[in-house]
Write a protein that binds this ligand. Structure first.
Ligand code: KMH
Ligand code: ZN
Length: 278
């Protein structure tokens, strides 16, 4: 955590989430599906300033996938092109079993996201029981994979702190504060302040904001001292009102430019590893 008086003293790590599980080429024709397409988008995003890639994989027709070989192929291709930090989702897609959600761990990423509670997700339920959090944390721990808590609600931050106390989650905790999922916390400055203030000083936190409020919420996060700011097609397909982003790299470049205006430099992957204690 950056002390409030030192808010501009450390660089900010831009996270690119290139494909997610919900957006499709009907939303934006540039959404990558195959491991090669995902890797090319990530390598270009790294060149534009991204330090971390948050990965989901897809079947060739775009359906969200839990096949470990697709994660492994994407990560191998990414590592062949740049030194970005690879992070797999264990949120997966609505309806996946916990085993399917954990499939990416077998591809030896540096990091994985982890859910510490349940929420509505649009019209669906996105459930994660305490037993499922423990199972994913155990699998990641055995493989030496660093975890980031995906917090969609205040209760997810509080549950993660309890999981640190009982030893389920290793410290220091890393939080991604996720705003704007319909059915969960809205993307407002009050909600960001509320979540960030629940994170203890010893932890790091970043911001994800879904949809049209993303740019404003990431800027607020930059000013509040966030360690990470996430962008990419998983979170929104427009670069400005009415204009689709041509690529994930365009979204990363916009975020990097906004950080420069706000007085935050952009972290290299090596700097991000140091800040996140990986
Ligand atoms: N696709 C969502 C159901 C995560 O990556 O951890 C879950 C998700 C969150 O995208
Ligand atoms: Zn995700």
């Amino acid at each position: 955590m950056i002390r409030e008086t030192d808010w501009a003293s450390r660089p900010v790590a831009i996270v690119v989430a290139p494909t997610g599980a919900e957006v499709t080429r009907e939303d934006n024709p540039a959404v990558p599906y195959t491991p090669r397409e995902i890797a090319d988008e990530v390598i270009a995003a790294h060149a534009a300033g991204a330090a971390i890639a948050h990965l989901h994989v897809r079947e060739p027709d775009g359906a969200p996938s839990a096949r470990p070989e697709l994660f492994a192929e994407a990560i191998e291709l990414i590592r062949g092109g740049c030194d970005i930090i690879t992070m797999v989702s264990t949120g997966g897609a609505i309806g996946m079993s916990v085993d399917e959600r954990a499939a990416g761990l077998r591809a030896a990423p540096e990091m994985a996201g982890i859910e510490t509670g349940s929420t509505n997700f649009g019209e669906e339920l996105f459930p994660t029981t305490p037993a499922e959090t423990r199972a994913i944390a155990r699998a990641a721990g055995e493989l030496g994979i660093a975890l980031e808590v995906e917090a969609f609600e205040l209760s997810h931050v509080e549950a993660a702190l309890a999981f640190a106390v009982d030893g389920t989650l290793p410290e220091p905790l890393r939080f991604n504060l996720v705003l704007g999922v319909p059915g969960a916390l809205a993307a407002t400055h009050r909600n960001l302040a509320m979540l960030a203030s629940a994170v203890p000083d010893a932890c790091t936190w970043g911001v994800t904001a879904i949809g049209r409020h993303q740019r404003r919420l990431l800027a607020l996060g930059a000013l509040m001292g966030a360690t990470c700011l996430r962008t990419g097609f998983e979170d929104g397909v427009y670069v400005e009102r009415g204009r689709l982003a041509a690529s994930n790299a365009e979204l990363v470049a916009r975020t990097a430019a906004d950080c420069a205006v706000l007085g935050r430099s952009v972290a290299t992957p090596a700097q991000a590893r140091e800040m996140l204690n990986i």
